[in-house]
Design a protein around this ligand. Structure first.
Ligand code: GLN
Length: 554
């Protein structure tokens, strides 16, 4: 196994995740099998308890792992299926060491950060790197490890030490370190400053790690003398100084890396030049260029609880992008804070209320994504009702499906009203043996189509069932299905027991679809999620024509 470690310096938010995924893409393009590990040095055992408002979305994996959103980037860029263990956190490492200590496995020894925590990190990395993630057998050729945070952070120290030891034990030819840094431009003269990078490389070297490549983020391309300076002071050959300057869309990044021969430098360091194929990035080139040349757009109203930080719904945004590109459109997403649509806001913040409704009315389709808690729920119900009554295409995901049912009649959800006797959405925890103590229904579950005579079945090309990812506690009350179906809704997808409602549709409406699962997590560039594709096709009045030509899965 060969390792590519990606660290970050100077500031956070440099796009280290996208850089690391793009390195993976470039290596995959040379015929290598690639897996990835994301290290998050925080103490939370996983991202499940972290607020999307602060930390961005919680990404959900097939195995039910609630992980950092960067794993979503890896799955989308490398087209792999990762496991919860591919996301390492300080919390997970300490938990495993402390459990071992309680079992008496350390045989009376003093348990310490070095060597016990560092050993646990090394063992974890080596065993997870060997898990195949691309559907083929046997371990991948290369594992890209991204170390979250910035070099020098106190909490990442045990990881740096463990990675230093790993680099030593796997040997020169099996370890390549890429340090992502920032080259700011200061003052009127606009000089590109190398000092912050020099400092962060010095910090890394003081900890025993020497970067083989630098990936420098900058607004404009790096000048020749900036590269020379970096090379001289950071001990990195000029050919290994990569520059990731601002590009029109992120699919350009693998192309940018290849144009600077990043693959050659990495393969050389890993002694893989002899087995690597010439790099083939045709599909990426096409995707990046197609997107740049699209001129038309479609207006999508996203009605959610968190609208301040778009990373809170990152996978939904990506899934919309994939679906739009398939229709040769650019997504134009209008974010609406659900609470602004509510009647109370008409009195309290009349301008925001008017603007929110104006935006909703101008949209070609409406999407209500998943969420927790009762903030903005009334506004989401109003948005779904508006879409239903005005024949505007609507996609409700998880909470967005639940509220679309709530708006149908004087119904309530026990998540928001524990007193109400006629709850249509009820607490339906899953007695899962693998997720002890947790009440959430998490990860990949089957949805069986009850009929093929519905939009979602046709969009999925009429399979018997689909596997999609879940993350919820509440569901449509199975006792009220009859009444809801009499009112016009159809539950066209259910779980294997027939008790859990997975997909709802409203026949006669151009596209009123809700899913209890989160289709966004499995959407891929070039392979958009059918639920999102349906929304965009309906928004642009192409759905019928599309279904006529793609009826039989062709
Ligand atoms: N809060 C709802 C539930 O727990 C919806 C969850 C979600 O949208 N992910 O069922």
């Amino acid at each position: 196994m060969k390792f590519v470690l990606v660290t970050g310096g100077v500031v956070s938010g440099l796009g280290k995740g996208v850089t690391a995924s793009s390195v993976g893409v470039v290596l995959k393009a040379c015929g290598l099998r690639v897996t990835s590990i994301k290290i998050d040095p925080y103490l939370n055992t996983d991202a499940g308890t972290m607020s999307p408002f602060e930390h961005g979305e919680v990404f959900v994996l097939d195995d039910g792992g609630e992980v950092d959103l960067d794993l979503g980037n890896y799955e989308r860029f490398l087209d792999v299926t990762l496991t919860r263990d591919n996301n390492i956190t300080t919390g997970k490492i300490y938990q495993s060491v402390l459990e071992k200590e309680r079992r008496g496995n350390y045989l009376g020894k003093t348990v310490q950060v070095v060597p016990h925590i560092t050993d646990a990190i090394k063992n974890w990395i080596e065993s997870v790197a060997a898990i195949p993630v691309d559907g083929k057998e046997g371990p991948a050729d290369v594992c890209v490890i991204e170390l979250g945070g910035t070099v020098g952070d106190i909490e990442s120290m045990p990881f740096i030490e463990a990675l230093r030891q790993l680099s030593f034990s796997v040997g020169q030819d099996n370890f390549c370190l890429i340090h992502v840094s920032l080259i700011p431009v200061l003052g009127v003269v606009g000089e590109q400053k190398t000092k912050p990078t020099q400092h962060s490389v010095r910090e890394l070297r003081a900890l025993g790690l020497t970067p083989h490549l630098l990936a420098c983020r900058s607004a404009q391309p790096l000048l020749a003398n900036t590269k020379e300076k970096l090379s001289q002071f950071c001990h990195v050959p000029i050919a290994n100084i990569l520059n990731i300057h601002d590009v029109p869309n992120i699919w350009h990044i693998p192309l940018l890396l290849r144009s600077q021969n990043a693959h050659h430098s990495i393969l050389q360091q890993l002694n893989l030049l002899s087995i690597a194929a010439p790099s083939d990035l045709q599909a990426w080139t096409k995707m990046a260029e197609t997107y740049d040349n699209i001129t038309n757009s479609v207006r999508i109203a996203m009605v959610g609880k968190y609208v301040g930080l778009t990373d809170s719904y990152l996978s939904v945004v990506k899934a919309l992008l994939h679906a739009c590109i398939a229709c040769s459109l650019k997504p134009s997403i209008d974010w609406i804070a659900a609470s602004d649509l509510e009647d109370d806001s008409a009195n309290l913040t009349p301008e925001a209320h008017a603007a929110a409704w104006e935006t909703l009315r101008n949209a070609e389709c409406v999407l209500v994504p998943g969420g927790f808690g009762d903030r903005g729920v009334k506004g989401m119900i109003l948005a779904a009702k508006y879409a239903r009554e005005n024949n505007v295409p609507y996609l409700g995901i998880c909470l967005g499906m639940q509220i679309s049912v709530l708006g149908l009649e004087r119904a309530n959800s026990s998540e928001f009203d524990t007193e109400s006797p006629d709850n249509v959405v009820i607490f339906m925890p899953e007695g899962s043996r693998t997720h002890m103590g947790s009440t959430m229904r998490l990860g990949s579950r089957k949805t069986i189509f009850q009929t093929h005579d519905c939009l979602s079945s046709k969009l999925y090309c009429n399979p018997k069932y689909v596997d999609e990812r879940h993350r919820h506690r509440y569901e449509v009350n199975p006792e009220v299905i009859g009444a809801l179906e009499e009112a016009g809704l159809k539950f066209v997808g259910k779980d294997e027991t027939g008790k859990r409602m997975e997909i709802l549709e409203l026949p006669g409406h151009p596209y009123y679809v809700g899913s209890q699962f989160h289709p966004e997590f499995k959407s891929r560039p070039g392979r958009p999620s059918p639920m999102f594709l349906g929304l965009i096709l309906a928004a642009t009045k192409q759905l019928e024509a599309y279904l006529n030509t793609h009826q039989n899965g062709s």
